[in-house]
Design a protein around this ligand. Structure first.
Ligand code: F6R
Length: 589
């Protein structure tokens, strides 16, 4: 996904665009660009690289004008080049477009337009300014031209458009890709995410799919048919205004440290809603979780909890594969989609198909008004505030907390469950305080290794997988997480002298068996890092966790593994907030 912003006001647009783009940096950092308009002229600057570099190199602050658009790119169509950076323009450089999403029929449109129009990039986006140019040349206004252009395009888009031909306004519209408008007296903002202008205004309005907004002296909303419509501005949730590093070097560290608070907030749910959802889950003939990445690992823990606490068997299907099982999804199916962003294209696609087949949809999301939330029969919000670091950390513990809450409710033991989760919350707080120095030293010691392996059994297998995902994502070290029993079926061949093997083996019913697997790796030279509440001679390094009831170990084991990944990224000089090639929400399939 990419980040798009627009500004109309009485002061320099470039400064406001910079502030907004800074707040959206987590959405993409392959290239940056802005365009402003003044005195009938369109100014722009764009290049590959991170926001600060591009901003300084091209002195973007100096671009004149009180109206402008900006973009942070996460590349999909076309390589990471200056030509592919947004904004994109028409033939006469009079119309500038920033876009988030994917135009599915761009090849067909491009071949129609190429006879008359000059294309300079390899992106899908570039067809849009040329289409707008066609319609404006035919004599319609910028907003009409934008609307007519979007009638031609298939796929997902959020667009912000500015033109030197109509120098006082910007026009924005979207379909299947979020867009929010902000207002502060005579300053107007638009962006793909309200976080963009969180430090400039708190008055916001969401655009519905297909709606258009024209920002000039006024704000005019047009509905899908192009008729003027009314919109009420609401106050942004104050939690979303808290997205600063608060003294930490990186958001990832701040967000790991927020785990206990995130757990407490996740517990604040409407009891009636949770009870009704628990009942529906118990009643459903088949229950399927669908999710990607870290959210899928939360689902794996959820499956275990539903079975262990409530005797309810469920399946977990990776969202990118879910659509291929649609033959078995019908009105007897309950789908539980887990997605912190609520926008992940693979999850959305599976949910859409399941809905068409008559399935009931529940979702666990963090982003209010996200597409997955809108498509669900019932939604539980994580309530943990914005997660800016690309790697999911506090949202994972929030997802787990809600799954515990649901499972205990299904077992008719909700009060007991809430009490126990609160106790675990304190333990997580202590673990965060206790392990910092040790994990930093361990990271220094192991930072030059090429491969890490993570093993565990039972409910903790998902945490082995999550620990490995976090490590490869932020530190770019190859890592694999697997059930400890699987190791000997292939992966053991890769263990050499000094290979780090992280063994998650709390003192539960899996302890003895997992230790046997740890010994198998040690016998082949592995450097064994034990994550446990009990020290064991097989460990070369011991990461101590607190003793908790068996089912709660995922919450206390995942936090030190998030920290280990963070310290390894920092030790290797990587920016943990902006992992290579990744973005916070993946709105492409
Ligand atoms: C890993 C990570 C990703 C996401 C995945 C799904 O740290 O963040 O693996 O978990 O892209 O994202 P959501 O939960 O937004 O659907």
């Amino acid at each position: 996904m990419s980040g798009i912003v627009g500004f109309v006001g009485k002061e320099a647009a470039a400064l406001s665009l910079l502030k907004s783009l800074k707040n959206l940096e987590y959405r993409g950092y392959d290239s940056v660009g802005i365009a402003t308009v003044t005195d009938g002229l369109l100014w722009y600057g764009k290049d590959t690289g991170k926001l600060d570099e591009v901003w300084q190199k091209h002195c973007l602050e100096g671009l004149p004008g009180k109206i402008g658009v900006g973009h942070l790119r996460w590349a999909t169509h076309g390589g990471i080049t200056t030509a592919n950076a947004h904004p994109h323009f028409d033939c006469r450089n009079e119309i500038a477009v920033v876009h988030n999403g994917i135009i599915e029929n761009y090849q067909q449109l491009r071949s129609q337009l190429e006879a008359k129009h000059r294309f300079v990039s390899g992106t899908d986006t570039e067809v849009i300014p040329h289409l707008i140019e066609e319609y404006m040349d035919a004599g319609v206004s910028l907003e009409q031209a934008v609307r007519q252009a979007t009638e031609q395009i298939r796929g997902s888009y959020a667009l912000v458009v500015v033109s030197s031909r109509e120098r006082e306004k910007i026009v924005a519209t979207h379909r299947n890709s979020s867009l929010v408008v902000g207002l502060d007296m005579d300053r107007k903002f638009v962006a793909s995410d309200a976080l963009a202008f969180r430090d400039q205004t708190s008055q916001i309005a969401f655009l519905e799919d297909g709606e258009t907004v024209v920002l000039d002296e006024d704000i005019v909303f047009l509905d899908r048919e192009g008729k003027q419509s009314k919109k009420v501005f609401t106050q942004m949730d104050p939690n979303w205004n808290m997205a600063t590093k608060e003294g930490h070097d990186f958001f990832m560290m701040k967000e790991i440290a927020e785990a206990p608070e995130a757990m407490r907030c996740a517990l604040m749910q409407d009891e009636k809603l949770i009870l009704e959802m628990a009942m529906d889950i118990l009643r459903s003939k088949q229950v399927v979780f669908t999710a990607c990445g870290t959210s899928r690992y939360a689902a794996l823990v959820g499956r275990y909890l539903f079975s262990k606490l409530a005797g309810k068997f469920c399946d977990v299907i990776m969202a990118s594969e879910f659509q291929y099982f649609s033959d078995s999804v019908d009105r007897n199916t309950l789908v539980i989609a887990i997605s912190q962003s609520g926008e992940t294209a693979d999850v959305l696609e599976g949910v859409k198909k399941a809905r068409e087949n008559g399935a009931m949809i529940f979702s666990l999301v963090n982003m209010v008004d996200s597409s997955i939330a809108a498509m669900s029969d019932r939604v539980i919000y994580l309530n943990c505030g914005p997660e800016v670091g690309v790697a999911a950390t506090k949202t994972f513990v929030s997802q787990l907390t809600i799954l515990y809450l649901l499972a205990f409710t299904m077992a008719n033991r909700v009060e007991e469950g809430v009490g126990k989760i609160k106790d675990v919350c304190q333990k997580v707080e202590e673990i965060l305080k206790r392990n910092g120095t040790k994990l930093r030293e361990l990271a220094e010691r192991t930072k030059d290794r090429d491969d890490f392996y993570y093993i565990a059994r039972g409910i903790n297998f998902a945490i082995a997988a999550e620990g490995a995902l976090k490590l490869k994502e932020v530190s770019c070290i190859h890592a694999e997480g697997m059930p400890a029993g699987e190791l000997k079926h292939g992966t053991l061949a890769l263990i050499e002298e000094g290979t780090p093997v992280v063994v998650i083996c709390p003192k539960d019913f899996t302890f003895e068996e997992t230790l046997v697997n740890a010994m198998e790796t040690k016998a082949r030279g592995a450097f064994v890092i034990g994550v446990s509440d009990e020290r064991n001679p097989v460990f070369d390094e011991w990461i101590e966790i607190h003793k908790v009831e068996e089912i709660f170990y995922p919450l206390v084991t995942v936090v030190p593994l998030q920290l280990l990944a963070y310290y390894l990224a920092v030790a290797r000089g990587q920016d943990p907030d902006k992992p290579r090639n990744l973005a916070k929400s993946i709105v492409v399939k």
